[in-house]
Design a protein around this ligand. Structure first.
Ligand code: MG
Length: 176
């Protein structure tokens, strides 16, 4: 008899996006983090809206399910994803979590970024992410760090994000 699968799954997601001067000075898109716009003279370069935080969270959700990653599911060669709002990736991952019979237990993410500072808007970001994920904000945690001026991230030329998510098997009254 097959062993029952565990009632929880953990997933990790990582993303890095290059930050470039914003048009017309360069190829950077508007600086958007987790769906919120920030004032900054640089922005991410990427096929979709370059939202590294949402990409890392999407990969954490997909990873917990043991599914293909964001790059495989939404290839950057597909023009449909050009400039796409990265919330669509979160939505797609959430749907898969739901279909697999799981719910989000909690999410913890670390954003590594020299500028802009996210500290003053951390609570706002937390609430926004919780909304996107359809969970209470006490299930979402966010940390901001700098890279101590070292390497590309420390020189403000990139943003890096790590995200860890725990999924819990949903208790459906119908199935006990
Ligand atoms: Mg990405």
């Amino acid at each position: 008899m097959p062993k029952p699968s565990p009632p929880f799954r953990i997933g990790h997601g990582y993303d890095l996006h290059r930050l470039e001067p914003i048009a017309p000075d360069g190829p950077g898109r508007r600086f958007v983090l987790g769906g919120l716009a920030f004032e900054h003279d640089r922005g991410p370069v990427g096929h979709s809206d370059g939202a590294a935080l949402l990409h890392a969270i999407t990969d954490a959700l997909l990873g917990a399910l043991g599914e293909e990653d964001i790059g495989q599911l939404f290839p950057d060669t597909d023009p449909a994803h050009d400039g796409a709002d990265s919330a669509i990736f979160i939505d797609a991952a959430r749907r898969r979590v739901d279909e697999a019979g799981f719910e989000i237990g909690n999410l913890d993410a670390t954003v590594i970024l020299e500028r802009p500072k996210i500290g003053p808007r951390k609570q706002e970001l937390r609430l926004h992410l919780a909304n996107l994920l359809g969970v209470d904000s006490d299930r979402v945690n966010l940390k901001g760090k700098t890279h101590e001026k070292v390497d590309a991230v420390g020189e403000g030329r990139a943003i890096e994000v790590h995200a860890v998510v725990l999924l819990l098997r949903r208790e459906d009254p119908a199935t006990g």
